[in-house]
Design a protein around this ligand. Sequence first.
Ligand code: PLP
Length: 408
Amino acid sequence: MITINENYLKLNASYLFSEIAKRVASFQKSNPSKEIIKFGIGDVTRALPKVCIEAFHKATDEMASEASFHGYGDEQGYAFLREKIAQWDYQAHGADISADEVFVSDGAKCDTGNFQELFSQTLSIALPDPVYPVYVDTNVMAGRTGEFTQGRYGGLTYLECNRDNGFVPKVPETKVDCVYLCFPNNPTGAVITRDQLTQWVDYARRNKALLLYDAAYVAFIRDPKLPLSIFEIPGARDVAVEFRSYSKTAGFTGTRCAYTVIPKSCIAYDAKGNGHALHKLWHRRHTTKFNGVCYMVQRAAEAIYSEEGQRQVTETIDYYLRNANLIRKELSALGFSCTGGENAPYVWVDAQTDSWKFFDMLLEKAGVVCTPGAGFGKCGEGFVRMSAFNSYENVRKGLERLGKALQR
Ligand code: PLP
């Protein structure tokens, strides 16, 4: 008899975005002429930068001739991309990372989800609440949690993020082995300061813990005082892994390219307390289960590492940041307390009521879709996430409708 991994049965009933899609579809069915404006799912709307398209075409043409054709490449990515990443994204910002510490992949979702495979079953894990659901669900699937009761899985340490701590989790008093952090944050749009990140690195060093640092939204950081990478913090090389993605940086959500940085000095331990380089373990995992990102896609990603490439990427991110600023400004003017939207594409809004109720009300009254904060964890209850990934015109129109619907 074929039997299942019963941990899947523990998973909280409905994945957030499918529930939203269900409610939107049902609304659209009963209101077929109503135009819906989405501030919901975090997918980008602007086209790929021109430099990427040009590189894509050129690389595609290379595939047409045997002399320049590319078959299987190194699973970890082509040297041309890994070297640019190390130089432009790390060394240029004072972070000591070399090209062979970079693993190119097809997404930060896969990498943040798969990375836990390297760890023991008994690992103690801390994650922020609210949180990007992938970190939680993949640990549930792997059997590292208890049942889901009262909005939380047994066995996990939830780091509460709320207005009191500015949505940046405090270092726990207790000892945990692995901590997921994400800055700029999805869903709250909060950012972490150098001092706060240093406290986390110090905590990890004291406790022989590991920090899994998701920087998928790093391109939105505009405040020069904020750290771009955890590897700008002294000592982080021994206790942190960083995930980045071209999805939001360069509009690659449908093109698929990301990377994970694992310094060679980053160690995890076996049951006897002997240290093992995570780089070596992930290398083994990556080369066994993954066959590399398509050559053309890697060439397209490489194209952002030029003066013109950076200019084009910055222009697109600035466009979204203008949307985010407008969302924050208008909602604040309506009397809602907001976080994020300054160095992040997300604005986290205190809905002052149940978050699904607020979601339904906005959909019914304004034809506007937001993301209910409750879908990101218990501490997200009472909040909604508004995303800046839309056209400026739609954002303005949506906010106007929202203003009318919410006038009190
Ligand atoms: N990490 C966070 C925090 C995200 O919000 C997302 C996407 O929304 C991802 C990772 C996924 O990135 P990718 O498109 O590279 O899989």
